[in-house]
Each structure stands twice: as structure tokens, then as C-alpha cells.
Design a protein around this ligand. Structure first.
Ligand SMILES: [Zn+2]
Length: 91
């Protein structure tokens, strides 16, 4: 069962991304596609699952074949979120 970030969530995340770009507070992967999606996910309560070496866990998206489908967690359930399709699926 897939979900998607709402238009409002995407819009808000893009605004936060613009602010972040100007603040130079860039402790994470900054990418015009990945970062706004990540911020939107965070606003919806998803947090990134990090690998042992403290990196984002990524995989190619099975839907669009794009890179950077990232692993997220919410309420002890893991999900994959693709910034290209804007799609969130159960792990
Ligand atoms: Zn995708």
C-alpha cells in the first residue's frame, strides 16, 4: 500500500529547503530533489534510518528506477520513500 506526501507537505518542504540553502546549515546530503522530499517526510513524522556508518540507506526505486529511494521509519514501521515518484511504500 503506497502513500504520498500531500501537495501542502511538498510545498512547505520546498520553502524549508530554500531557507536551508541560504543558512548554509548543510549537515546532510543536499540535493534539489532528495532534500525537499526528506524535509517533507520529516514533517510527516518519518525519520531516516541510518546505516552503521551513519549514512542514509538508499536503494534504486522499483517503480521509477531512480536512485535515492531512502529508508525511513515511523511508529516502528519502516518505509521506502522515493523523491522522484513522491511515493512512500512499506518495507
Ligand atoms: Zn521512484
Amino acid at each position: 500500500m503506497g502513500m504520498q506526501l500531500s501537495q501542502e507537505a511538498v510545498q512547505k518542504a520546498n520553502e524549508e529547503y530554500q531557507v536551508m540553502l541560504q543558512s548554509k546549515e548543510q549537515s546532510m546530503l543536499v540535493d534539489s530533489i532528495v532534500t525537499p522530499f526528506f524535509l517533507g517526510m520529516k514533517n510527516e513524522g518519518f525519520s531516516l534510518v541510518m546505516s552503521q556508518s551513519d549514512c542514509m540507506i538508499l536503494r534504486p526505486c522499483p517503480t521509477c528506477r531512480g536512485s535515492y529511494s531512502g529508508k525511513y521509519e515511523r511508529d516502528s514501521q519502516t518505509y521506502w520513500g522515493c523523491p522522484h515518484c513522491n511515493e512512500i511504500v512499506d518495507d
